[in-house]
Design a protein around this ligand. Structure first.
Ligand SMILES: Nc1ncnc2c1ncn2[C@@H]1O[C@H](COP(=O)(O)OP(=O)(O)OP(=O)(O)O)[C@@H](O)[C@H]1O
Ligand SMILES: [Mg+2]
Length: 467
C-alpha cells in the first residue's frame, strides 16, 4: 500500500561534478566486460613489451655482429697492404654511409673526450673480432672503445702492426620495435579480436540473468506467465527450476485463496435466502424491515466478496486495448448512471494510447475509482499522463472536488471492507471493497494504487502502470 508523501524531503547538497562521472558501469555484463578487457589490455601490453625487449636484444646482437665484421674487414684490407699504401687503399674502400674511417698516430686526445662503451657491446664486439679469420701476425695489438654520448657514435680504435691506429666510428643502430607499425597492428588486431570474444562471451553468460529478471517481472503481472526453460548450464538450470517451483506455489496460493473466497460467498447465499424467507413471517413490521435491510446489506457484501474473488483470479488473458478509449467509456457510463453530474466528468490526455492489460479487470478498477469520485466528490476528472521518453510508468489520475481523503486513513482505506465513518449511510452505501479491488488489479498488472489529495482540495487517486 502506498500513500502519497506530502512533506517535501530535505534538500540535498549539490553533488560535485567529479562524483557524477561514472567509471564503474552499472550492469553486470558491462562490469564483467570492463574487468576482463582492462585485464586483457594490461596482459597484452606486458606480453608484447617482454617480447619486444627480447627481440630488441637479438636485433642489437645481430647489429653488433655486422658492425664487428665490417670493422674487421676494413682492418684486414688495410693491414694486408704495406703501410705507405694504406692511405690510398683506404680511399678505395667502399664504406657504409654511417661509417667513417681514419688513420691516426695517437688516440689519447680522441678517447679522453669519449665515454666508455657499455660492457655488453664491448664484449660482444671483442668476441666477434676474435672469431674473425685473420693470420695471428696481422691481429690488432690493442683495441680501444669509446662512445660519444651526444652523437651516439661508437668509436673503435685498432692498433695496426706498424703501431698506427685505425679509428672507425659508426652510428650503432638502436632497434626500436615499439615504434614499428607491425607492432601496433599486431597489438590492435589481437586486442580487438580478444575484446570481441570477451563481449560475446559476457553477453552470453549474463543472458540468463536478464531472462530471470524478465520472468520475475512477467510473474508480477500475470501469475499464469509461461515457465522458464530449465536448460543451459547447471547453475542456471537450478535457478530456473527454483523459480518455476516458486511461481507454481504462488499460483496455487492465489487459486486456493480465490476458491476459498468464492466458496464462502456462495455458501452464505443459501442461509441468507432462508433467513429472508423467515423474516417475511415476522409479526413486528419495524423489526421485519430492519431485518430485511440487514439481509440486503449482507447480500451486497457477499456479492462483492464473490466479485473480489473473481477479480483476483488471473484467468482473463492479457490483450492490447486503447486506454484513452476505455477511460472515456468509463466516464460515459458514470454519466449515464448519474446524469445530474454528467457535465462534471472530464477526460484529459492523449486521444489514443495502447496498453496491454486484462481488459475486464482493468475496467473494473477504473470504474471503482470513478464511482468513488462521483459518490464522494460529486465530479470526476481523469488525467492520463504518458511515461517519460526513457520508458517507465504510465499514470492515471482520478481527481474530484470532494472533501478528500484524510491522510491518516489512507493506508487503512486500501484494505478490504474499510470505509470512513461518514460514508456509512444508505446513499453512499458501499461495502468498502472498491479501493482494495482496484489496488489488487493494479498490482496484478505490475503497477500500484496511490491515494492522495489535490493541493486545491479534493481527492487524487493515482493508478500507475509500468509500460
Ligand atoms: N474520492 C474519494 N473522496 C473521499 N473519500 C473517498 C474517496 N474514495 C474513497 N473514499 C473513502 O474510502 C472508503 C473506501 O472506498 P472503497 O471504494 O474501497 O469502498 P466504498 O466506496 O465505501 O464501497 P464499494 O465497495 O462500493 O466501493 C470510502 O468509503 C470513502 O470513505
Ligand atoms: Mg467505492
Amino acid at each position: 500500500m502506498t500513500a502519497e508523501n506530502t512533506s517535501a524531503p530535505p534538500a540535498r547538497p549539490p553533488c560535485p561534478w567529479y562524483r557524477r562521472i561514472r567509471l564503474w558501469p552499472r550492469s553486470l555484463a558491462a562490469r564483467t566486460a570492463f574487468v576482463l578487457l582492462t585485464g586483457l589490455v594490461v596482459v597484452q601490453t606486458l606480453g608484447l613489451g617482454i617480447h619486444t625487449l627480447d627481440r630488441n636484444d637479438l636485433v642489437r646482437l645481430a647489429a653488433v655482429r655486422v658492425f664487428s665484421f665490417r670493422v674487421m674487414s676494413i682492418y684486414r684490407d688495410l693491414a694486408e697492404v704495406q703501410p705507405p699504401q694504406r692511405a690510398q687503399r683506404l680511399r678505395k674502400i667502399e664504406l657504409p654511409p654511417t661509417f667513417s674511417v681514419t688513420l691516426m698516430d695517437e688516440t689519447d686526445d680522441l678517447f679522453s673526450n669519449l665515454l666508455p662503451t657499455p660492457p655488453p657491446i664491448r664484449h660482444s664486439i671483442l668476441l666477434n673480432m676474435d672469431s674473425f679469420p685473420l693470420p695471428p701476425e696481422l691481429r690488432p695489438q690493442h683495441v680501444h672503445f669509446g662512445v660519444n654520448p651526444e652523437t651516439r657514435h661508437e668509436y673503435t680504435a685498432l692498433q695496426m702492426p706498424d703501431g698506427r691506429w685505425l679509428v672507425i666510428s659508426s652510428l650503432l643502430p638502436s632497434p626500436d620495435s615499439i615504434r614499428g607499425t607491425e607492432f601496433l597492428i599486431a597489438f590492435i588486431v589481437m586486442t580487438v579480436l580478444a575484446a570481441a570474444m570477451t563481449l560475446w562471451a559476457v553477453r552470453r553468460l549474463t543472458a540468463p540473468v536478464r531472462t530471470l529478471a524478465a520472468a520475475a517481472e512477467a510473474l508480477g503481472r500475470d501469475v499464469n506467465a509461461p515457465p522458464l526453460p530449465e536448460g543451459g548450464p547447471s547453475e542456471i538450470a537450478a535457478a530456473a527450476r527454483a523459480f518455476n517451483t516458486m511461481a507454481g506455489r504462488i499460483r496455487r496460493f492465489v487459486q486456493d485463496r480465490t476458491l476459498l473466497l468464492t466458496a464462502i460467498g456462495h455458501d452464505l447465499r443459501t442461509p441468507i435466502t432462508r433467513m429472508r424467507l423467515r423474516a417475511e413471517f415476522m409479526e413486528d413490521d419495524e423489526q421485519r424491515a430492519k431485518m430485511l435491510q440487514d439481509l440486503d446489506e449482507m447480500e451486497a457484501m457477499v456479492s462483492a466478496t464473490i466479485a473480489f474473488g473473481r477479480i483476483a483470479s488471473p484467468n482473463e488473458p492479457v490483450s492490447p486495448i486503447d486506454l484513452a478509449e476505455l477511460l472515456r467509456t468509463v466516464l460515459d457510463e458514470a454519466g449515464d448512471a448519474a446524469p445530474e453530474i454528467a457535465d462534471r466528468l472530464r477526460y484529459e490526455g492523449p486521444d489514443h494510447w495502447t496498453v496491454r492489460v486484462r481488459p475486464q479487470a482493468f475496467k473494473r478498477a477504473l470504474t471503482n475509482l470513478v464511482s468513488n469520485a462521483v459518490k464522494y466528490g460529486n465530479c470526476a476528472q481523469i488525467r492520463l499522463l504518458q511515461p517519460g521518453r526513457q520508458g517507465g510508468t504510465l499514470r492515471i489520475e482520478v481527481n474530484d472536488e470532494g472533501p478528500g481523503i484524510p491522510a491518516e486513513h489512507m493506508t487503512r482505506l486500501l484494505q478490504p471492507f474499510q470505509r470512513l465513518e461518514n460514508s456509512r449511510n444508505r446513499e453512499t452505501g458501499g461495502v468498502g471493497l472498491g479501493l482494495a479491488i482496484a489496488r489488487d488489479i493494479a498490482r496484478a498488472h505490475g503497477g500500484d494504487l496511490i491515494l492522495g489529495n489535490r493541493p486545491e482540495g479534493g481527492a487524487r487517486v493515482t493508478l500507475t502502470l509500468p509500460v
